[in-house]
Design a protein around this ligand. Structure first.
Ligand SMILES: [Zn+2]
Length: 277
């Protein structure tokens, strides 16, 4: 079986409504790691998938998958308690456990965390959309990135989130990312966000994930191809649930999301095996 296309998987640490696979992305992630091994897949860094798309590296020796999480809540890297559902083991801790019992590439498995740059936006989102739990901090970014377990990459400036005011959108239209379609707006989300994340994480982001997977034609087809590489960004993730192949648009690379795209180990197995031909 040959792999001609690669699945990138995404979880959200704050999707935490109980302590079962179906209700808790952290628990689902832990079980999904075992499904990945059972299907004969190796975990590779997301940046390696971006290099593969760009033709900057050869094919992988085994079937591979890359892992990501969005929005950069503290549940990504810190073992903290949820106010209702109690103590939780972070993605990072679960990865460390996985490494300790794995062989080959999986003994170095890592994940990419797409974080929101603006401190003010994070505070407002934490208060507005995350029931007041102040769990969108940047104090763990540097240690996480250094650990090689979790790479810190960019999810833009303020998510153009309805809880945030003001947003980096000229008419204060929030709630979708298609509204980000001028040079100034795109530049805030790419360049200003990269500058801030670099200052806190100690490394400039190389990857970008569009909030809500949405990108205006201007951002993906005009701004990104012209300006992103000069800022150190080599690929951006967005669009429909799908696999990535060598011909994918490096400025609009699809991913699969836990919940919408799979809800069980069997569902994940189907996605993984679907990348082989
Ligand atoms: Zn997001």
């Amino acid at each position: 079986m040959r792999q001609t296309r690669i699945p990138v998987l995404t979880w959200h640490g704050y999707n935490l409504f109980g302590n079962t696979y179906e209700t808790n992305d952290l628990i689902a992630f832990g079980e999904d790691l075992h499904t990945i091994v059972a299907c004969g897949f190796s975990v590779v860094p997301l940046v390696e998938v971006a290099r593969w798309v760009r033709g900057e590296r050869s094919d992988f020796a085994t079937p591979v998958v890359a892992l990501s999480c969005d929005d950069g809540t503290d549940f990504d890297a810190l073992d903290i308690a949820h106010p209702v559902h109690g103590p939780q083991l972070s993605f990072t801790s679960r990865l460390a456990q996985f490494r300790a019992t794995s062989e080959g590439l999986n003994a170095q498995a890592s994940m990419t965390s797409f974080v929101i740059a603006s401190p003010s936006a994070r505070l407002q989102i934490a208060d507005g959309a995350m029931s007041g739990q102040r769990a969108l901090n940047d104090r763990w970014w540097r240690a996480a990135d250094k650990s090689a377990l979790l790479s810190i990459e960019s999810h833009g400036w303020d998510h153009n989130h309805p809880s945030v005011s003001p947003v980096a959108q000229r008419e204060q239209t929030t709630g979708d990312f298609f509204a980000i379609n001028t040079f100034a707006e795109c530049d805030t989300h790419l360049r200003a966000a990269a500058n801030f994340i670099e200052s806190k994480a100690g490394r400039r982001p190389q990857l970008f994930a569009y909030p809500w997977t949405q990108a205006s034609d201007y951002m993906r087809s005009h701004y990104m191809p012209r300006y992103a590489e000069a800022e150190g960004t080599m690929a951006a993730f967005g669009g429909a649930s799908d696999y990535i192949n060598r011909d994918s648009d490096r400025w609009y690379l699809p991913r699969f999301v836990f919940g919408p795209d799979w809800k069980s180990s069997a569902g994940l197995k189907k996605i993984l095996l679907g990348s082989l031909s």
